[in-house]
Design a protein around this ligand. Sequence first.
Ligand SMILES: [Zn+2]
Length: 148
Amino acid sequence: MVMNIQIKITDAEWEVMRVVWAHGSVTSREIIEILESKMQWKAPTIKTLIGRLVEKGALATSPEGRKFIYTAKVSEQESMDVYTEDILSRVCNKHNGKVIADLVEEVALSKKDIASLMELLQKKSESALEVVPCECVTGQCECHLHHS
Ligand SMILES: [Zn+2]
């Protein structure tokens, strides 16, 4: 299923989504058990987060006996894409390379991850521009200050 609406998931809600993504379908009780110990959140807090995710359209809920079963309506991949776009939309396009380089430097990567990144970069470099154009609003980025 392709969803065009971009649902923004907060850090706290992300914790709930991870449980749902990992399990496929879960009851609120299962979500609560996992997050109570990991996050030291109280059950009502977790229920509020679940409720918000249902409202946002990130979770679907269906009754099963006396319980409710929750399933994800957005995939982990889609949500990560929204998240990374969101991060990169906060900086000037000219800083994209630096942001990504910092990320690569900080995270743990397997040899396989690195090989596919190198392959991707090789492919990208074939169609890369000399300079990435800045698309910032004048006054929100240094580019305009230095070059105007
Ligand atoms: Zn800029």
